[in-house]
Structures are given as C-alpha cells and as structure tokens.
Design a protein around this ligand. Structure first.
Ligand code: AMP
Ligand code: MG
Length: 349
C-alpha cells in the first residue's frame, strides 16, 4: 500500500485535503492525523472491519481498547448509554482538549473498539485538523496513537511515516503536536472518578472541578492497571533507558558515573538532561547525544520534547539512554509515568 502524505496547515487545514482524508475514513481506510496530544491513527469507529485494520497496522494487542474521537460534545450521546455523574462538568471544562472519559458503551459501538469492555473511551480533541477531519467525515473516529505498538508515540508526521509507511492509507501532516504526551484517561463508571492514565489535563485541574478524584492504584504500585493499555511496555526506545531519580545534584553525579562506566564498556550512551545540567554534562562528559528536555520545574516543556528525544536517541543508535527525572506535579505526573514505562531500570540516588 502506498501511504499518501497530505501536508496541511495546522490552523486552517485545506478543505480539499480534509475531504480526501475523510473520504478514506468513510470508505473504511486508515488515516493518521494530528491532535494536540500526539498523532492518532484513525478509522470509522462504527465500522468493525475498519477498526480491525488499526490493530493490524500497529501490531496492537486485541485487548487494548481505542479512544473514540468526536468533533461536537453532543456526539457523545450516540456512543454511550447514559452520562455518569461528573461527566457534564468535565466535558464543559476540558473539551475540546486532552481529556478522555471512560463511559458506559452503547451497543452501537462495535466491541472491537473497546476490546470487549462494557465501556467506551471518548475524547473531543481541540486540534483544528482533528476537528476538521471528524466533521467532514461525519463519523466518530476511533484512534490510538499512530506508532508501532510499544514504540514512543508520534509527535510529528515524519514519526508516523517512520513507523507506519506502507501500512496505512494516508497521513495528514500538520507539523509537531502541542502537548506531546497522550490525553488523561478518567474512568467515570466506578464509585469515584478515577485517573487510569495521567496526561495533558492534570490531577490538580480535575480535582478543582470534581473534588474527589482517585488515581488508579496501578499507577503507583504494581497492581494490574484498569486501563488495559497501561500494562504494556510502552514508549520504549531501542536503547536501554535508565531513569535516575533523586536530588538534582545527586542525579548529575550518578549520570556522570554511569556515563563513564557504559562508555568504558564500549557502548554508545545518550543523555537526556534538564536545562540546568546541560552545560555541566557538555563540559564534563561531552556526550555525542545530549538532549535538553527543558527546565526541571517545567514538566510541560519536557512532556512536549520527550517522544521526539527518545526517537532521536534511536536515530543516533544509542545503546544506553541516561535520563534525569522531573517533579511529579502538574504534567510532571504524566511525564514521569511515560519515562518510567520507557525505562529498563530506575535508579534512586
Ligand atoms: P492510545 O490511544 O494509544 O494512547 O491508547 C488508549 C488508551 O486508553 C490505552 O491506555 C487504553 O487502555 C485506554 N482505554 C481505551 N478505552 C478504554 C476503556 N474502555 N477503559 C479503560 N481504558 C481504556
Ligand atoms: Mg498509544
């Protein structure tokens, strides 16, 4: 299959390109498209055969459900049986945006979308290209991240092509995504609203609207997670990522020690640094691959850069990637969750 590259402007996407992509979706094909979080791989959510193609193209396990994307709030009604408590408030505050709600699934939504669960995850993205595509296609679009299963999520059109060229019909390429990590997934079908996956909307923001919001136990411990996708190794680069946690000074010292050790073993070592330590690493270690993820206190900057940085480490064929850690507040919770999932080892100093 030849994957068609459709380059569009991020703010005012050309209608003829949206039409072309929407036609592919309506015919049961696959189109990757940008959202404010990461690129998604979309199919008509109500077409079982089309949705099945997503799993094949990505190599995604069948028990990992997809998120259904809509363009208008009212479209949620056709996907669900009823609106649970708290749903309206969250939709009003955070849609369109990086918040996915797990809701009771209407039988109209094919089982394959939800991996057989009685629930369905729904999101309304804010990216003009995503919104435009859904509107023109005039169907809800099921879309997981547009990467090969297990690899870092794509935040540019070229990331998508690297993973999926030849396996999907088209890519709408509108350049880099804003947020850079996936949406927050909140389950509203239990006793209390529960965050199954931290993401672009923070726990602090959710609590400001709903008061009590739980965090799935699996996110802190080793209990098995309720968002089926969260149990898989994710976001993993080819090299072994080692995440170093602790006080900033201790982290920098440990990274220097590990850097020397692995270099002596003849391995190619990359360093993911906070802005504060870039100069020091450059002076002391001078690694061939040194990427700044931004200031330690600004996790949203690091979140935006993370997947691109992991992919750059792969491109540079790093055997080992040493990464600093960030504060777990705000988007830092999602950032650290992704770093931990990408990491082969975690070291606390
Ligand atoms: P992705 O779009 O690739 O980021 O993956 C979607 C994420 O949403 C995965 O972690 C899924 O496990 C989660 N998800 C999708 N549908 C549901 C659902 N019905 N219940 C719980 N989690 C879900
Ligand atoms: Mg994904």
């Amino acid at each position: 299959m030849n994957t068609k590259l459709l380059k569009v402007l991020p703010d005012i996407p050309e209608i003829n390109k949206l039409n072309e992509a929407a036609e592919i979706i309506r015919r049961g094909g696959l189109v990757a498209f940008p959202t404010e979080t990461v690129y998604g791989l979309g199919a008509n959510a109500l077409d079982e055969k089309a949705v099945a193609k997503i799993f094949t193209a990505k190599g995604r396990p069948a028990d990992n459900p997809l998120i259904v994307h809509i363009a208008r709030v009212r479209e949620v009604r056709m996907l669900i049986n009823y609106l649970p408590v708290g749903a309206k408030e969250l939709m009003k505050e955070f849609w369109p945006g990086p918040l996915t709600l797990v809701l009771p699934r209407h039988p109209r939504v094919p089982q394959i979308v939800s991996a057989g669960l009685p629930t369905v995850a729904v999101r309304m993205p804010s990216h003009p290209v995503a919104k435009g595509l859904i509107r023109v296609a005039n169907v809800p679009i099921a879309a997981p991240s547009a990467n090969r299963s297990g690899k870092p999520s794509p935040t540019t059109g070229s990331h998508v092509l690297k993973d999926l060229a030849g396996k999907i019909d088209a890519v709408l390429d509108a350049g880099p995504c804003d947020v850079g990590v996936e949406s927050t997934v909140v389950d509203l079908t239990g006793e209390f609203p529960t965050v199954l996956r931290p993401g672009g909307v923070t726990l602090e923001q959710l609590r400001a609207v709903l008061g009590r919001v739980e965090v799935d136990a699996a996110l802190s411990g080793d209990q098995s997670p309720k968002a089926p996708g969260m149990k898989y190794t994710h976001y993993a680069p080819d090299g072994d990522l080692i995440l170093v946690e602790g006080a900033p000074e201790d982290i920098a010292r440990k990274i220097a020690e590990l850097y020397h050790r692995y270099c002596r073993e003849g391995l190619r070592v990359a360093v993911l640094s906070t802005e504060e330590h870039v100069f020091r690493y450059r002076q002391e270690l001078n690694p061939e691959v040194l990427i700044s993820l931004g200031p330690r206190s600004m996790p949203e900057v690091a979140a935006n850069k993370l997947y691109g940085a992991l992919r750059e480490c792969d491109r540079q064929e790093a055997d080992v990637i040493l990464s600093e850690s960030f504060e777990r507040s705000g988007v830092g919770l999602a950032l650290m969750n992704r770093l931990e999932k990408a990491a082969k080892h975690k070291i606390t100093v």
